[in-house]
Design a protein around this ligand. Structure first.
Ligand code: NDP
Length: 317
């Protein structure tokens, strides 16, 4: 293992030692041990991180993954610099600027000064993006890309994105147009966010405070549900279409809805890199972001309002 004398033994990290409300159980610890890297892992100096609703669910104890244990550091998304590599790491080296969705972060998450994770989950950061912008992307990218792929979206088809202004929705709209070649993209949001949906490429922005999307005469090849509205979503899909459900994962879904859980890999990030470098696909960061590392509790309570526009990002770490 390549040792690096600049890596300290202890670090600052947000830690929960029991499940409960984020504001009650999450504490900043200044003396946490920097994680060891396993053979196929790298250690990243985290420069920016992003929050996802699953982080809250894990702190609350609503979601408990196999292999997770307490105490734990929350967080899956990061952007930063590789400071140490495990013996079997092949592609990354110390000094690389990387970003990724650290899916194996069951205990040592990314809301920390250092995070260890599989090389396979990390890609080189596009030069055009800041660390803050890069950290905002990986989890929602994998969720949007994987869900649209599983739904069979392809050139010339139409898609309706429920929750178009959120972290997942803002990227799903863009990927539907720029990567999958959808001929028509519709999306829902409240009144004040309709212009944002259009700026991201939506042909039809539906104000859910005024219109029930399932009552529209137009039906879609794919409905991508980021809100948890599967029963309504299946009424908006064409007979041969499909409904991607990413919220209601543990209940029986009405056909043709199927549940989708994001995975992580470098190649999806590499595939979309040219679109990020050219600016055709853009990160969407909530106007209240970035929150500083000291403001993680405030960032979580804002995310929990379910009113964030795009991503809630923590920077600098
Ligand atoms: P966000 O917190 O970013 O979503 C906030 C957005 O949701 C706001 O902009 C809000 O817009 C919009 N919203 C809230 N209610 C409605 C509504 N009734 N109709 C339309 N828009 C609405 O969440 P994410 O996008 O990050 O995640 C969405 C869900 O997906 C979460 O439950 C999350 O846990 C899940 N998820 C699942 C994954 C998986 O692998 N299965 C992966 C990632 C996320 P407005 O203010 O206009 O209402």
């Amino acid at each position: 293992m390549a040792a690096n004398s600049a890596v300290p033994a202890k670090m600052k990290a947000w830690v929960y030692r029991e499940h409960g409300d984020v504001a009650t159980v999450l504490r900043l610890d200044s003396e946490l041990e920097v994680p060891e890297v396993q053979e196929g892992q790298v250690l990243v100096k985290v420069l920016a991180a992003a929050l996802n609703p699953v982080d809250t669910k894990r702190v609350n104890g609503v979601v408990q993954l196999p292999g997770s244990a307490l105490p734990a550091v929350p967080g899956y998304d990061l952007a930063g610099i590789v400071v140490k590599v495990g013996r079997e790491v092949k592609d990354l080296k110390v000094g690389d600027q990387v970003y990724g969705f650290m899916l194996n972060a069951k205990k040592d998450g990314t809301l920390a000064e250092y995070a260890a994770g599989e090389e396979a989950f990390l890609a080189l950061k596009p030069k055009k993006l800041s660390f803050e912008e890069a950290a905002s992307l990986p989890a929602v990218f994998h969720t949007a890309y994987g869900g649209l792929e599983r739904a069979g979206l392809s050139r010339g088809k139409s898609v309706l994105v429920l929750g178009g202004a959120g972290g997942v929705g803002t990227i799903t709209i863009q990927l539907a147009k720029e990567v999958f070649g959808a001929s028509r993209v519709a999306a829902t949001s409240s009144t004040g966010k309709l212009d944002l949906l259009k700026s991201l490429g939506a042909d039809l922005a539906i104000d859910y405070t005024k219109v029930n999307f399932e009552d529209l005469p137009e039906k879609f090849d794919v409905v991508y549900d980021t809100v948890g509205q599967s029963a309504r979503a299946v009424k908006a899909v064409k007979p041969e279409g499909s409904v991607v459900e990413i919220v209601e994962l543990d209940k029986e879904l009405p056909p043709p809805a199927f549940s989708f859980r994001a995975t992580s890999d470098r190649w999806t990030l590499e595939k979309v890199k040219p679109l990020l470098e050219s600016g055709k696909v853009k990160p969407v960061i909530d106007p209240k972001s970035p929150f500083s590392f000291a403001q993680v509790i405030e960032a979580f309570s804002y995310l929990q309002t379910r009113r964030a526009t795009g991503k809630v990002v923590i920077h600098p770490v």
